[in-house]
Ligand binder design. Structure first.
Ligand SMILES: [Zn+2]
Length: 121
């Protein structure tokens, strides 16, 4: 089994629906994101996934989220933009772009330095 990780971040605003507390108010975070990939087979170059490709996939997803009001973009116009569901969204979307030998093993999102959520597909 091989694993690799790439990290990135994005800054966005969100507002939790039907939440009783201060997070129902509009506010923002600088989210740190870690995308973890795994697989049993390497490609002909001896790579699970080229880091350049892994970073490009994550960067493309960050572009979709960065400097946005998450509640206004799909799928968060319908589901709450919690760290857990943002992690699942990144895992699902990244999975669509990976070569056949690799899969997403985890996505961790830090909403603040000491608070993170991890989605394991
Ligand atoms: Zn928040």
């Amino acid at each position: 089994m091989y694993k690799l990780e790439v990290e990135s971040w994005f800054s966005s605003a969100h507002q939790l629906r039907e939440y009783k507390g201060k997070c129902e108010n509009l506010h923002g975070h600088n989210w740190k994101v870690k995308l973890q990939l795994e697989g049993e087979e390497l490609n002909s170059l001896g790579m699970l996934v080229d880091f350049t490709d892994a970073k490009r996939i994550l960067s493309g997803l960050m572009d979709r989220l960065d400097h946005k009001f998450l509640n206004e973009i799909e799928p968060f116009d319908k589901i709450n933009p919690t760290s857990e569901l943002i992690a699942k969204f990144i895992a699902d979307e990244a999975g669509k772009e990976l070569p056949e030998n690799a899969r997403v093993s985890a996505v961790t999102i830090w909403e603040s330095e000491k608070c993170s959520a991890t989605y394991l597909p």
